[in-house]
Design a protein around this ligand. Structure first.
Ligand SMILES: O=C(O)CCC(=O)C(=O)O
Length: 285
């Protein structure tokens, strides 16, 4: 369970780090599942519903930016989302009824694995209330050298920023026109098995991995079951299949949350990496 101090830190900073959440046995199975998915990606030459590829990807040397929805590709990623102690912590922050929005495994290979420009998860999927957060499980040690996720301290209390460029969604905040204190970040670093928890409003991003060590980060987005996506629900059965505990509800809770609509289609679709590919100005380079 989270201590009161950790809950206070999450509410104050928009992010908190918790050590020793996944045990070594779980990490071993996850790393083996990832390694197997990387091997299989040698057969793929274009992004698809499982893989987001680095531009340097080849069948001889597979290089991935992301495994999309890993919980659909190996049971360990679904089981972890519903395991203790994670579930207990989620219930402390979101209440007893919780749905998974999505999962993703950002692989960030050594020697150039791609980072992500500053953004707020909320901008991608505004909901009827703000009970939304993301968990990042470190599959390997995250250090200042291998491109850890950075979260701007307290930014979850600020406005929802524009994530469009030239009238298209671009999945990023323009660091020149949106003046935030980009130096005041909390680095999500820790030993393998640690997690970060960040609020969906928190501005976050990360640099490329220029080190010799990989930085695989398994991300899950969760929300209270009564937070419904403003974009609507196309397939109710699929929506409810993502409940990880408690009961679903068909009475969404409405809060006075800030939203930016419409969400015009991005120039490049498929992942945040693709959305951000067209950016003219970058913070992380
Ligand atoms: O991989 C990272 O460091 C950041 C990931 C992230 O924010 C995302 O995938 O939405």
């Amino acid at each position: 369970m989270l201590t009161q101090q950790q809950i206070d830190a999450f509410q104050r900073d928009g992010v908190v780090l918790v050590e020793h959440v996944a045990d070594e046995a779980t990490l071993r199975v996850m790393r083996a599942a990832l390694a197997e998915l990387v091997v299989q990606s040698a057969l793929v030459t274009r992004h698809n519903e499982i893989y987001d590829l680095e531009p340097t990807h080849t069948s001889a040397t597979p290089r991935l930016r992301r495994i999309k929805q890993p919980h659909r590709h190996h049971p360990v990623f679904w089981d972890f989302a519903r395991s203790e102690p994670l579930l207990g912590m989620l219930m402390q922050l979101l209440g007893p009824n919780i749905r998974m929005h999505n999962s993703k495994l950002n692989v960030k290979f050594p020697d150039g694995g791609t980072g992500v420009e500053w953004h707020q998860d909320w901008a991608f999927h505004p909901h009827t209330n703000a009970s939304l957060l993301a968990i990042g499980l470190m599959l390997e040690d995250c250090t200042l050298e291998n491109g850890p996720m950075l979260v701007l301290r307290g930014s979850h209390k600020g406005p929802v920023h524009d994530h469009n460029a030239d009238g298209r969604f671009c999945g990023a905040i323009d660091p020149e026109s949106v003046r935030l204190d980009y130096e005041d970040s909390i680095a999500c670093i820790g030993k393998a098995g640690a997690i970060s928890i960040h609020h969906a409003f928190a501005v976050h991003g990360s640099a490329n991995n220029t080190s010799a060590f990989p930085r695989p980060l398994l991300l899950y987005e969760f929300m209270a079951a009564d937070a419904w996506p403003l974009a609507g629900v196309k397939d109710l059965e699929e929506f409810d299949s993502r409940m990880i505990c408690g009961e679903t509800t068909y009475s969404p809770r409405l809060e006075a949350v800030q939203v930016k609509l419409p969400l015009p289609e991005a120039e490049n679709l498929g992942s945040i990496y693709e959305n951000q590919a067209a950016l003219k100005r970058r913070y992380f380079g």
